[in-house]
Design a protein around this ligand. Sequence first.
Ligand code: FAD
Length: 268
Amino acid sequence: MTEPSVGSDSAGMETRIRFDEEAGQWVISGVKRYISNASKADVYIVWGVTNPNVPPQKGLTAVLIPAHAKGLTFPRLYDFAGRRGSIVGEVAMDEVRVPEENLLGDVNGGFNIMLSAFNFERVILGGSSLGVARAAFEIACQHAQSRVSFGQKLGQKQLIWDMIAQMSWKIDAAELLTHRAAKMYDSGIGGKDLMREASQAKLVATETAVFCADRTVQILGGDGVTRQYGKAEQLYRDARTLPIVGGTSEMCKYLIAAREMPSIRLNL
Ligand SMILES: Cc1cc2nc3c(=O)[nH]c(=O)nc-3n(C[C@H](O)[C@H](O)[C@H](O)COP(=O)(O)OP(=O)(O)OC[C@H]3O[C@@H](n4cnc5c(N)ncnc54)[C@H](O)[C@@H]3O)c2cc1C
């Protein structure tokens, strides 16, 4: 979905998809950026404009492009602060041709597929953020119970146990919201009916991961920012991406508020 000119505003994408009647093929041109598994995936789901004369919600289509397609290139891979095990890069399409059956869903029905994909991704990101938050929390609890400062364990100090308590309830809140969204997804609820719950889970879990990673570094002091000590600094870097991928925290807040106040149109 994401392109050089549009990220959150994905409906404003510039990639074009047209159907060549004579050849019976979809022809795709455009550039996508920040694409996970670029150059490694066997197949790419690509969204593009098929009807520029209607609102984007009614004029986007999704097609499948196999990795070997002529005209598909991967101009660059990005170097990120965190999540360094994941490969993310640019995907360029220069008049890429795929057969008619590579259409995903309906012509001009791509926007709804996008909504479903985001819902799924947000539930998954709830889970992966919980993993980051818990990993950090364990390190913080262990350190607070063992490190001695001013003659007492760190965890005995109110400023420290306040951080432990905050991490604890935030993690549980994130877990409960993620479970609710995942259960709804598993029971077949999707599209607009899952948007609020999936966004809440993603928002709370990703922000909790950032909070826990940050507070853990603080509790560890110098050890928290040292690569030699252990995982705290890695978790801190890994966590920061989470409120950005799969719809930023700001976009999640918009989707939640829009569902809560259906009678007005919120400014974006
Ligand atoms: C590691 C990684 C993997 C990714 N993988 C994929 C992938 O596989 N496929 C894919 O399509 N994309 C992928 N992305 C892209 C990701 O979805 C986008 O980065 C994200 O949607 C934000 O878009 P942007 O970076 O263009 O930021 P922008 O949309 O330019 O936003 C910049 C900032 O402005 C805020 N903002 C924007 N509009 C508003 C508004 N109206 N009101 C208030 N605030 C606003 C945003 O919340 C954000 O904080 C990936 C990104 C990363 C970092």
